[in-house]
Design a protein around this ligand. Structure first.
Ligand SMILES: Nc1ncnc2c1ncn2[C@@H]1O[C@H](COP(=O)(O)OP(=O)(O)OP(=O)(O)O)[C@@H](O)[C@H]1O
Length: 235
C-alpha cells in the first residue's frame, strides 16, 4: 500500500510523449516509446519494471543527464528542449540531486568533503556551507563519521553520505537509480525510512528506479514500465 500522497494539482515536471531510441551498431533500440508522466512536488515516485524496460533511460532524461529522441519535458516551469546545453547544466545543478546504486563517492575524500563536492564543483564554498554539510551528515546518522573515508564505511553508511551529498544543494527533485540495489534488507529499510522522513521534513520530491519490491511501501506512487511504455500506475 503506497504511503500518503502529496496534494494533487501542482506539477514539478511534465513529460509528454517521450521517446528514446539508441543505436546499437546498425540496430535501433526503442528504449522509451511514448511516455507521458507528470511529477508533483513532494511525491515519492517509483519507476519499476523488468530489466531492459527503460527505467534508467527514463531517469536519465528526468535528471537531465540525457536527451529524448522525441517528446518534450518541462521541469520547474522551464521547457528543457528550449535550453542551451549550458543552461540545462545550470538547471541540473540548481534543481536536481542524484543518488546511485553504487554510491559514486570519491574514495580519497572524507564523508564531509564528499558532501561538499557538488558545491565546490559549482565554484567557491559560501559561508555556512560546511556547517550545513555537517548538519546533513548528523541528520543521516553519521556525526561520528564526518572525517572518515568511504572505504572505511559500510554500504549503508556510504549510501547515507550519498544522500547528504544529493541534498546539499537543496534540490527540488532527487533522482535515485536503484538506491538499495547494493544494500541488505536492514540497510535498505534504514535508507528508505530516512528518505521518507527527509521528504516530509524538506518537501523534496524523489523519483526512484527500482527492482526492489521491499521498498515500494515507502512510495506515494508506483509506475510500472514494460518495453518502454507505462503499463500500470498505482496510487
Ligand atoms: N547507451 C545505450 N546504448 C544502446 N542501448 C542502450 C543504452 N542504454 C540502454 N540501452 C538499451 O535500452 C533498453 C532500456 O535500457 P535501460 O537501461 O533503460 O533499462 P532498465 O529498465 O533500466 O534495465 P536494468 O533494470 O537492467 O538496469 C535496453 O534494451 C538497453 O539495452
Amino acid at each position: 500500500m503506497p504511503a500518503s500522497a502529496p496534494a494533487a494539482g501542482a506539477e514539478l515536471a511534465r513529460l509528454t510523449d517521450i521517446h528514446k531510441t539508441y543505436l546499437q551498431g546498425a540496430v535501433a533500440v526503442d528504449a522509451l516509446r511514448g511516455i507521458d508522466l507528470t511529477i508533483a512536488p513532494g511525491e515519492m515516485l517509483a519507476i519499476c519494471g523488468p530489466s531492459g524496460s527503460g527505467k534508467s533511460t527514463l531517469l536519465n532524461i528526468i535528471g537531465l543527464l540525457d536527451e529524448p529522441t522525441e517528446g518534450s519535458m518541462v521541469l520547474g516551469g522551464q521547457r528543457v528542449m528550449d535550453l542551451t546545453r549550458n543552461a540545462r547544466a545550470d538547471l541540473r545543478r540548481a534543481a536536481l540531486g542524484f543518488i546511485f546504486q553504487s554510491f559514486n563517492l570519491v574514495p580519497v575524500l572524507s564523508a564531509l568533503e564528499n558532501v561538499l563536492l557538488p558545491l565546490r564543483l559549482r565554484g567557491k564554498l559560501a559561508h555556512g556551507d560546511k556547517a550545513r554539510a555537517q548538519q546533513l551528515l548528523s541528520r543521516v546518522g553519521l556525526s561520528a563519521h564526518m572525517g572518515a573515508r568511504p572505504d572505511r564505511m559500510s554500504g549503508g553508511q556510504r549510501q547515507r553520505v550519498a544522500i547528504a551529498r544529493a541534498l546539499i544543494g537543496q534540490p527540488q527533485l532527487v533522482v535515485a537509480d536503484e538506491p538499495t540495489a547494493n544494500l541488505d534488507s536492514a540497510n535498505s529499510m534504514l535508507v528508505m525510512d530516512l528518505l521518507a522522513s527527509l521528504r516530509r521534513e524538506l518537501g523534496t520530491t524523489f523519483v526512484f528506479s527500482t527492482h526492489d519490491n521491499r521498498i515500494l511501501g515507502h512510495m506515494t506512487r508506483i509506475v510500472h514500465l514494460r518495453d518502454g511504455r507505462i503499463a500500470v500506475e498505482d496510487r
